[in-house]
Design a protein around this ligand. Structure first.
Ligand code: PLP
Length: 367
């Protein structure tokens, strides 16, 4: 195989952006209480609810905490079953194990990361206490039909939207379709407070249970809880950075559009986006008809183009030792993971980076 003669270049999949408004927000926050119950945190929660068009928001210490708290609020008890797709990251399933609940793996649809509804129906038992949907890399899943099924069966629906700040379906943020939506604001995510997370819900009672749980059940000796609060300094940073999030989302989708327009390889294209929806472009997803997508990923890696598939060794969760006891073959999910890779499209990506990525894709001669 002839390796193309591309100029060497290393493209980063990390994006860190610090500006003067960050420092100003932190300085202002230092003048008031720094606790998780301070006005600075309430103000952040009010902005989160407004920006994400949700009735209520609760800031928490991480995306993992958001999931643990949501499972508690959904009423998940030891031995209960929680249905999720196996294409999710380990961070989505560990909170289920921490709750001593049983992860039940449901296959994805053939051409998106949403749960296959036929399989899902069959997996529901009297012990099913929650369904978690995870739109990977911010590509929308068919939220409306999943919401309908969960409502009909009376099962709480949780979205893990750690990749999906800004993902929409039928004109609404994905969070509009779930009982509880969990976000991470870890440094790698679209909205970053270093570490952190938040929960959105339109249901005041559910969000109240979440809030109490994150505050040791308000120490009344009756309601159980732990401390999952977010500190005021991170909240101040979050409030400042929320202001530029829509600009950031626009730049991400513009970068993805430019790459898509420059791809000429007949076996490679952008992953299919569901009609009437738009991705957050946490990463751009590329899909191939190649027999060996892994070699294609190695080729891109050799040209300085990183892939989340390679970085995280993405595979169905039940392939990992800690989860092998929950194996349930999911052929659609396996096939999906075998034919995709990710490209960074964050605002730090330049037009030269974009041209380099497209050239490296177009120059691939493997099968
Ligand atoms: C990052 C991430 C999490 C965990 O978030 P943390 O803030 O790191 O705890 C959970 N789920 C998904 C899908 C993630 O990408």
């Amino acid at each position: 195989m002839n390796e193309p003669n591309l100029s060497p270049r290393t493209i980063s999949d990390k994006y860190r952006f610090v500006d003067a408004s960050d420092a100003a927000a932190l300085e202002a926050a230092l003048k008031a209480s720094l606790t998780g119950t301070s006005d600075t945190v309430s103000a952040y929660e009010a902005r989160l609810a407004a920006v994400f068009r949700s009735k209520h928001a609760l800031a928490v210490s991480s995306g993992g905490a958001a999931l643990s708290v949501s499972l508690f609020a959904a009423g998940v008890q030891p031995g209960d079953e929680v249905i999720l797709t196996p294409t999710s990251p380990l961070c989505t399933v560990y909170p289920i194990l921490a709750a001593q609940a049983v992860p039940v793996f449901c296959d994805t649809q053939a051409d998106n990361f949403g749960a296959d509804l036929g399989s899902l129906e069959q997996l529901i038992t009297p012990r099913t206490r929650a369904i978690i949907d995870i739109p990977m890399w911010g590509y929308p899943t068919p939220a409306e039909e999943l919401q309908r099924l969960a409502k009909t069966r009376g099962i709480p629906l949780i979205f893990d939207l750690a990749h999906s700040h800004g993902t929409t379906f039928a004109g609404q943020p994905l969070s509009a379709y779930a009982d509880l939506s969990c976000f991470s604001t870890h440094e790698r995510k679209i909205l970053s407070t270093g570490e952190g997370g938040f929960i959105l819900s339109d249901d005041e009672a559910i969000l109240g249970r979440c809030r109490s749980y994150t505050r040791f059940g308000n120490l009344n000796g009756q309601d159980f809880g732990l401390n999952y609060k977010l500190g005021a300094l991170q909240a101040a940073l979050g409030t400042a950075r929320l202001e530029s999030m829509s600009v950031q989302l626009e730049l991400r989708s513009e970068n993805a559009r430019k790459i898509a327009a420059q791809i000429r390889h007949p076996a490679v294209r952008e992953f299919r986006i569901l009609p009437n929806s738009s991705p957050s472009y946490y990463f751009m997803l590329i899909e191939s008809d190649l027999a060996d997508t892994q070699r294609f990923i190695d080729h891109l890696d050799a040209h300085g183009i990183p892939s989340d598939i390679k970085r995280y060794g993405c595979r169905n969760l039940y392939e990992f030792p800690l989860l092998s006891a929950y194996r349930r073959d999911c052929p659609n999910a396996s096939a999906l993971l075998k034919r995709i890779t990710t490209l960074p499209v964050h605002p730090g990506i330049s037009d030269t980076d974009i041209a380099h990525m497209a050239e490296a894709i177009n120059a691939y001669t493997g099968t």
